[in-house]
Design a protein around this ligand. Structure first.
Ligand code: PLP
Length: 271
């Protein structure tokens, strides 16, 4: 690997030989081409997307939708299954509230793991508190792996959702998500994958994982802060109500009621 040209690609690092940045798992530095693309957007294309019929707005919309197409290819998904959010945290909250709040009830169980990031845990705490559902966790072995021998006892018909981190931000462990998803499907549970650390490091094909949701943060994979993605299986998204309300996610609005656009727009309220 040519470290000199690699360093040159990152303006914040280039020209600072003393600077060694090893915190990319928290947030990555941004390469010159990403910064240039952002700069070009604001200088040449900036307009609100999906809001105007004038040329600039159409061009901005096309660029936005091209980003959606590229993300879909990157994840092995369909375009209509890609929802832009701020980050993994918002993606996990979207699933917990838009799906969990409406589908969980007392007696149901949410199965997580003992190595979840707070973003994969706290949204479920909040929704469990509102629905009466109970949270259980797959324990860890001494080597920091998931103790899958516990799965057969934990995965009962009561489990309605299994929410698992693909790659641990603390341990680096890569979890066998496809295997867990297959077992979760046998009891009819929904599978949510926190891909914040795996998307930057592993080839990901969401369909091959057998999950229903996959969340990632652009800022951990050389992209700008404030742009993340939630992938959702279309049949599941179609059956869900919105998370946030506002512009762009509606079909019809009256003073006392509104109807909602199909996914992915249903989940992309506001600018
Ligand atoms: N999940 C994992 C595994 C993470 O490592 C992180 C961030 O460190 C997150 C979720 C939350 O990401 P964000 O702060 O971009 O929402």
């Amino acid at each position: 690997m040519d470290f000199t040209s690699l360093r040159e690609a990152f303006p914040l690092i280039a020209g600072r030989p003393g600077l060694v940045y090893l915190d990319s798992a928290a947030t990555s530095q941004k390469p010159k081409r990403v910064l240039e693309a952002l700069d070009r957007y604001y200088k040449e294309l900036n307009a609100n997307v999906h809001r105007g019929a004038y040329r600039l707005s159409v061009a901005a919309t096309e660029a936005y939708e091209e980003a959606r197409r590229r993300i879909a290819r990157f994840l092995g998904a369909e375009e209509r299954e890609i929802i832009f959010v701020r980050n993994t945290t918002e993606a996990m909250n979207l699933v917990a509230y838009a799906w969990g709040l409406r589908n969980l009830k007392e007696g149901d169980e949410i199965l997580v793991t003992e190595m979840e990031h707070h973003a994969g845990l706290v949204p479920w705490h909040l929704v469990a508190g509102l629905t009466g559902a109970r949270i259980r966790a797959i324990p860890l072995t001494e080597e920091g792996r998931l103790d899958l021998s516990a799965l057969d006892t934990l995965l009962t018909e009561r489990v309605k959702v299994v929410s698992v981190v693909h790659m641990s931000n603390v341990l680096g462990t890569i979890n066998p998500v496809a295997e867990i998803a297959k077992k979760a499907k046998e009891v009819g549970a929904l599978v949510v994958v926190d891909g914040a650390q795996s998307a930057p490091h592993l080839p990901v094909n969401v369909k091959a994982l057998g999950a229903d949701f996959f969340a990632l943060s652009g800022h951990k994979m050389l992209g700008p802060t404030g742009a993340g993605v939630l992938w959702g299986r279309y049949e599941v998204l179609e059956g869900m109500g919105p998370f946030l309300g506002g512009g762009e996610m509606i079909r019809e609005v009256h003073v006392d009621r509104s109807t909602y656009a199909p996914p992915p727009q249903r989940f992309e309220a506001g600018t």
